[in-house]
Design a binder for this molecule. Sequence first.
Ligand code: 13P
Length: 341
Amino acid sequence: MNLSDLNKVALAMVTPGKGILAADESSGTIKKRFDAIKVESTEDSRRDYREMLFRSSEAMSRYISAVILYDETIWQNARDGTPLIKLIEQAGAIVGIKVDEGTQPLSACPGELVTVGLDKLAERLKKYFERGARFAKWRAVIDIGPEIPSATSIHVNAHALARYAALCQAAQIVPIVEPEVLMDGDHDIDRCLEVTERVLNHTFQELRLQRVALEGMVLKPNMIVPGKKSGKQVSVDEVAEKTVKLLKRCVPAAVPGIAFLSGGQSDEEATAHLDAMNRIGGLPWPLTFSYGRALQAAPQKTWSGKPENVAAGQRAFTHRARMNALASKGEWMADLEKKAA
Ligand code: 13P
């Protein structure tokens, strides 16, 4: 492993003023997104949609540092035969790949999941590196309920994340370590904080045990927010303060950067929260975005599968990318959203 090169890639992924586009929806997830806009999910429609994003030259060259792809996309060509990854590289962004193979029910732990995909991962990483991937992503999913998460699910998911991260670094690929505590439940913000603290502490303990070099990874956590079904509203400042306080407690300063998932927050909430955290300032790591839904919901809706909407879809994507890029520097203002609308 060349740690200095891994560190350079990790730092480039979290450059202030830029962030990561998570375009790595599995075939099942992208079908759900396309169902919502009444577009049939086929190899061609998925290609057309992602080509629209990757050809958004202003967004890609100015606001996006890196793109996470799903396996299908990394091998796919644009309509004119150019490999999609070339479009990303030409814009100056780094190509990454989701390498987990989704979740399975965790035996003896009702209602809990474990992320799978470690078998043959070393061989797969080698092929992805040859194709041009310089980082990877693995997402663990922790749900909150009255009796969950169990210590078992936190442990097995943290263990798998660390195992994945160690294999990535051995293959000269920067691991994005993503332990996602879901915001689906009816819990309050303090319960989210308590569970996320356990999950992050356990994840870093496993990373150390498995000798993962912290300088050569990026953390992708959830923000500290109340569950969607709690009916509770909290201020942007409370989310920002609680998230920053917790990260300072749990994340070593050696980690090159933190790139949040949006997790089901509205587009503007995800931007406002990131901005408020960066306004707090004085943090040991850059904080940026690695959003899926909060970057893509608007362009998806605008596009709706119609070639004549491509330019408008690209404008919608560029707007969200720019808003989040400003938030990564604590320079976003709500007025900018209104002006664009
Ligand atoms: P969301 O921002 O939609 O949560 O997606 C980010 C991601 O990559 C989840 O794994």
